[in-house]
Design a binder for this molecule. Structure first.
Ligand code: ATP
Ligand code: MG
Length: 506
């Protein structure tokens, strides 16, 4: 008994000492064979499909080719197969009297007695430990509990080793991804931004030359203090950062619980260059188109004044005039959108939304009347103020009301409402018009997107109005969204941050 406990203790020590599986199993088999004063022993391990993944023999006297052939046989018709099938160990007192034993050829000795036990974890057999002897009756049934205990310990160690290996593998994969990423990955902790992780891209961007950055405040390991302030100290999300080498990076900052502040920086210089090309093109194109269009408009007016034109000719000139006007509107919308997108600092002041809405309401009243649409305004009892550019905010509201009237038939209603949710002022424009099909809603704010198929009764427009509204909303820290049902109507919501009196300064 004492000896058995000593052996189990020794095996437990071996299993805890080493995470190298082969060494660990070799030592277990050596100790067990010595304890039983047996001839030899082996451990084999299986994968989920019961294929042998490892075969460790105490005596290395057969080639791996031979071993593989033998394994197939013993697992098929031999004792190992029996143990696997029954899920428990057993003793063969004399192999010559037990047909479960498969005697493989060219053995240096003849096995006469055997004890074997499965390595089991959570009902799955992970492996098998087998101890053999040349003499019959060397093992007795009483030996089985000890081998079971050894197999049980080995199975736990095996599971731990596999978990450790898997965790290591995942960690190595993750670290390869982070280190290989062209995006900068920075993890800092605490108010002084102690660096926990910097991948090579981050080290290059922040011009970190020291190897000794781990756990040092970020400000002490990089010279780019201005850059750091923007990105890390102020923790600005989606901030664009210009690097001294001319590149533009976009930063994303997230606070990850138990990890720290994670900052990702992505190089958007190619996109910026493309965007600039597009802006330059639109500005040149619209500028160059404006002059010939003004000339066409002027000449059409002159021709109309001539007085020698037939009715048909006058009608055709009217059509030309309409098209020219549409093109002029398109050009000015495009110019406005481009200006809005590139505008760095816009003039801002407090805007009382109640009066802005009142003015828009009054401006659209006659247009609604002509279309026999009932236009109403439900202003808020409280005075709601936002901080922004009055012309742009009016433009956004007007675009929404214009659409509501444009896409609503006679006898329909359009209502404008002002309310607040404590943080934002909400301008709600509802109509009982054409509505928008659900699948088209995601594109409604895209440039040039028009949701209604052109046809005979096409309503003129360039598909820029809502992109202008969206850009204005975003430039004011606000949001625009829509709810709509085809042939029922639409409701557009424009949220703008509320400006409270105490923020306005005294
Ligand atoms: N209130 C509405 N009801 C139904 N459809 C709408 C409404 N508002 C917008 N839409 C749909 O969304 C599309 C995009 O609107 P947007 O205002 O951007 O362009 P537009 O009205 O076609 O042209 P414009 O540039 O002259 O405003 C419209 O073409 C229309 O199909
Ligand atoms: Mg429009």
């Amino acid at each position: 008994m004492q000896e058995q406990l000593f052996l189990l203790n020794q095996i437990s020590d071996e299993l805890n000492k080493d995470l190298d599986l082969d060494n660990m199993l070799q030592r277990v088999i050596d100790l067990t064979v010595t304890h039983f004063q047996a001839t030899s022993g082996s451990i084999m391990l299986f994968d989920e499909k019961r294929r042998v993944t490892k075969y460790i023999l105490q005596l290395h006297n057969i080639s791996s080719d031979q071993a593989n052939r033998i394994l197939g046989q013993v697992l098929g018709e031999g004792f190992a197969g029996w143990v696997l099938e029954h899920g428990r160990g057993d003793v063969i007192v004399d192999t010559q009297e037990d047909d479960r034993w498969y005697n493989y050829p060219n053995q240096p000795y003849t096995t006469r007695s055997v004890v074997a036990a499965p390595l089991t974890r959570k009902n799955r057999i992970l492996g098998l430990v087998t101890i053999v002897d040349q003499e019959p009756r060397h093992f007795r049934q009483e030996d089985l509990p000890l081998l079971n205990a050894i197999a049980w310990q080995a199975a736990i160690a095996l599971e731990n080793a596999q978990l450790f290996y898997q965790t290591e593998l995942e960690r190595a994969k993750l670290s390869a991804i982070i280190n290989g990423s062209k995006d900068a990955v920075i993890v800092t902790q605490g108010d002084d931004n102690k660096v926990q992780l910097l991948n090579p891209a981050a080290r290059s961007i922040l011009q970190v030359t020291t190897e000794n950055w781990q756990n040092h405040p970020l400000q002490t390991i990089s010279d780019l203090n201005g850059l750091l302030e923007t990105v890390i100290a102020q923790a600005q999300d989606n901030e664009e950062v210009r690097l001294p080498d001319g590149r533009t990076m976009q930063s994303n900052v997230v606070d990850v619980p138990n990890v720290g502040r994670l900052t990702l920086m992505h190089d958007i210089s190619p996109l910026k260059a493309l965007d600039k090309m597009k802006t330059d093109f639109v500005l040149t194109f619209t500028h160059d188109l404006a002059a010939p269009l003004a000339a066409i408009k002027g000449f059409v007016e002159l021709m109309k004044m001539d007085g020698f034109l037939s009715d048909q000719q006058l009608e055709d000139l009217g059509a030309i005039q309409l098209s020219v006007n549409q093109m002029r509107t398109l050009i000015s919308d495009l110019q406005e959108l481009t200006r809005l997108e590139t505008l760095k600092n816009m003039q801002r002041c407090d805007i009382v939304l109640n009066s802005t809405l009142q003015k828009s309401f009054e401006a659209f009243q006659p247009i609604a009347e002509v279309k026999k649409i009932q236009l109403s305004l439900d202003s808020c009892a409280d005075i709601l103020t936002t901080f922004g550019n009055p012309a742009l905010v009016s433009r956004a509201i007007e675009n929404l009301v214009e659409n509501a009237i444009k896409y609503t038939g006679p006898k329909g209603t359009v209502s404008i409402r002002l309310s607040s949710n404590g943080e934002n002022a909400l301008i709600i424009v509802n109509d009982t018009g054409l509505g928008i099909a659900t699948e088209k809603l995601p594109n409604i704010f895209d440039k040039f997107y028009r949701a209604h198929t052109p046809g005979e009764n096409e309503i003129p427009g360039s598909g820029l109005g809502l992109s202008i509204v969206k850009t204005i909303a975003e430039r004011h820290g606000g949001k625009i969204w829509v709810e709509s049902e085809l042939n029922v109507g639409s409701t557009f919501y424009l949220a703008l941050p509320l400006q409270y009196e105490n923020e306005m300064g005294d």
